[in-house]
Design a binder for this molecule. Structure first.
Ligand SMILES: [Zn+2]
Length: 293
């Protein structure tokens, strides 16, 4: 019997890119990504990612993609989440099947009306959502202001986007619409609210950690004492609640490498229990019809 080895988060389209995370935080990184993407970059072919993953022995890959191309045959099982922003729900979103899921990019980049629409999705449609990636995101939820709120307005998001989030938390919104499920993946999660971690635990959703990406952008897993303290404290809470965990490499836009092992090393360095890390590497619970280990 062979064991699965799971990379629970990447964006294969951006895996021919150069790392744009220089450790100066979320907002400067987003600005560099927007500028990079506006230069009409040709998306990388999925083969680039598949061969990098196969070399590491990865058997299961969760990929965010914004295009509708059919998957290419591969020895790796690939869960393709169709990612979208604002209200740009992909065609056929309500009739996804097999290893296809939906990735509403994040609570702050998807319009409030969409969550209502998604609440009617069948229970078994896999969902993957970025949440709790930065302190700026947390500030947006707490106060309805700050640099991320300013950036959204600058990008012509309607002001009710911000009103909708203020005073709430990412996972409580998902939970309100019945979207926090055992097949839901919450990606990053190092700046969620305490209530969110409890909701993840109660729902059986999985938290996907992407430490190398966080370190590279400068949101967590940093070498400075404040970042170290924050990261260790979060990992302790995650450990105490015994959350279902997974590990993702994220893409080369945010991370210097697609090595799953390097991500694991960083988690160990910041205090994650080795046995929990091994379980996270083998976690296929968010794949459709999860395999019995
Ligand atoms: Zn991502």
């Amino acid at each position: 019997m062979s064991f699965p080895l799971v990379n629970a988060h990447t964006h294969s389209e951006w895996n021919a890119s150069k790392n744009l995370g220089y450790g100066d935080g979320m907002i400067p990184w987003i600005r560099r990504v927007l500028s990079y993407q506006s230069r009409d970059q040709e998306p990388a072919s999925p083969e680039t990612t598949i061969s990098t993953m196969a070399k590491q022995g990865i058997t299961h890959l969760a990929d965010h993609t914004a295009n509708s191309r059919r998957p290419i045959p591969s020895s790796i099982r690939i869960l393709r989440y169709r990612e979208f922003l604002r209200d740009q729900l992909p065609e056929g979103f309500s009739s996804l099947s097999g290893d296809e899921g939906l990735a509403p990019h994040s609570l702050h980049t998807v319009f409030p009306s969409v969550w209502e629409t998604l609440s009617g999705l069948p229970e078994d449609v896999p969902l993957s959502v970025h949440a709790g990636e930065s302190k700026e995101e947390r500030e947006l939820f707490e106060t309805g202001s700050g640099p991320l709120a300013e950036l959204l307005l600058e990008r012509n998001y309607p002001s009710d986007q911000i009103t909708f989030l203020k005073g709430r938390t990412p996972c409580s919104i998902l939970n309100q619409y019945g979207l926090l499920r055992p097949t839901t993946l919450i990606v990053h999660g190092m700046h969620l609210f305490e209530r969110d971690y409890h909701l993840i635990a109660e729902s059986g959703a999985t938290l996907c950690l992407c430490p190398l990406s966080n370190r590279s952008i400068g949101t967590a897993f940093g070498s400075g004492s404040a970042s170290r303290r924050h990261t260790v404290e979060r990992l302790r809470l995650i450990d105490r609640l015994d959350l279902s965990l997974a590990v993702g490499t994220d893409s080369l836009l945010s991370s210097p490498s697609l090595s799953l092992a390097a991500n694991g090393e960083l988690l160990l360095e910041f205090g994650l229990d080795r046995e929990k890390l091994e379980r996270a590497f083998r976690n296929v619970s968010f794949f459709p019809s999860a395999e019995i280990e």
